[in-house]
Design a protein around this ligand. Structure first.
Ligand code: NAP
Length: 312
């Protein structure tokens, strides 16, 4: 995977994209594979992929870490030695998750209440984190909101709610921590969980698609700008993974799930553990060269430039 690649406009390119999960969704319908065929041969593994202790002495903040994918990422990082802080609105949910994970891994998990839409709450949350663990080494912006709705029925308030959580929330958390990390001359790995339609767009989830695209622009920009401070910025675009939060709002009747699976070459949804392992790798020092990836257009440009080079 590339690091610090000069892009078309002369700026640094800056997105690392998820591998298999995104790829399988990209290949929808094009391979003719029957549902389940690949999954029968290669069942997904649930255990932590990295060596134990990979996150010893590391502090990790996971927004939305009380449920779904955030919870799975927290469990994996904690299992690998990290001290985790999980932050979202529902303190009771966070506390329950923190206790459960901590009792299984033996590592501390702190629960901090925070509504990422509110910059003042984010600032107070970071004060609390500094007091609990010091500034984190790993920041995972995972909190999000979404619901399925025809765009002609969207109210300004519905638009604002989703874009406030996804885009503004990610920006507030990233900027608040980034400023303090820079001031303290401390490097960090930032990871944002976006989605496959952040680039393509998608009907019926337009506020989410727009906000996730904004998150990607934010992370591409900061990968270029803040690399010099020791900050890495990466993005994972998961394909569909059954979580209560996502599926209850996006597929309340379950009708889309089967159609979706039939279009995925591997014949199944992803699992939270698969994203957790990918997130752990991207956030670890095994990926410390990884900050930004080359887009297909940039590859074309680079290839053309390389082909023009004589004598190599
Ligand atoms: N599951 C999928 O198929 C899928 C696919 C692609 C991308 N993703 C992405 O994966 C991430 C996790 O989603 P999930 O499926 O695990 O759903 P989830 O369980 O509903 O997770 C969303 C989390 O965000 C938190 N949150 C919502 N509003 C917040 C706010 N204002 N401030 C702070 N935290 C807030 C929620 O906690 P509180 O309610 O306590 O605030 C919750 O823990 C999201 O970014 C989602 O877009 C999921």
């Amino acid at each position: 995977m590339a690091a610090r690649v000069v892009g078309r406009t002369g700026r640094l390119a800056a997105v690392v994209r998820s591998s298999a999960v995104r790829l399988q969704s990209r290949l929808h319908g094009s391979t003719g594979l029957r549902s389940g065929s690949q999954a029968n041969f290669f069942p997904p593994l649930e255990d932590a992929m990295l060596p134990s202790g990979s996150f010893n002495n590391r502090m990790a903040l996971i927004t939305g870490g009380g449920t779904g994918l955030g919870r799975a990422m927290t469990a994996t990082l904690s299992q690998l030695g990290a001290q985790c802080i999980i932050a979202s609105r529902k303190l009771d949910v966070l506390q329950r998750t923190a206790e459960e994970i901590s009792s299984q891994t033996g590592n501390k998990v702190h629960a901090v209440q925070c509504d990422v839409r509110d910059p003042q709450a984010v600032s107070q949350c970071v004060d609390q984190i500094e007091a609990l663990t010091g500034l984190p080494d790993v920041i995972i912006n995972n909190a999000a909101g979404n619901f399925v709705c025809p765009s002609e029925r969207l109210s300004p308030n519905a638009w604002k709610t989703i874009t406030d959580i996804v885009l503004n929330g990610t920006a507030f958390v990233t900027l608040e921590l980034g400023k303090r990390l820079i001031q303290n001359q401390k490097g960090a790995s930032f990871l944002a969980i976006t989605t496959i339609y952040a680039e393509s767009g998608s009907g019926f989830v337009v506020p989410s698609a727009s906000a996730k695209a904004g998150v990607e622009a934010l992370y591409k920009s900061l990968a270029a700008e803040w690399g010099r401070y020791g900050h890495r910025f990466n993005i994972i675009q998961p394909g569909p993974i059954r979580t209560k939060g996502a599926f209850s709002r996006l597929d309340p009747t379950g009708a889309f799930e089967k159609a979706m699976i039939d279009r995925i070459p591997t014949g199944r949804l992803g699992t939270p553990a698969e994203i957790a392992n990918l997130a752990a790798y991207v956030s670890s020092n095994y990926a410390s060269w990884m900050s930004g990836a080359v887009t297909p257009d940039q590859w074309k440009l680079l290839e053309a430039m390389i082909r023009k080079t004589k004598g190599s």
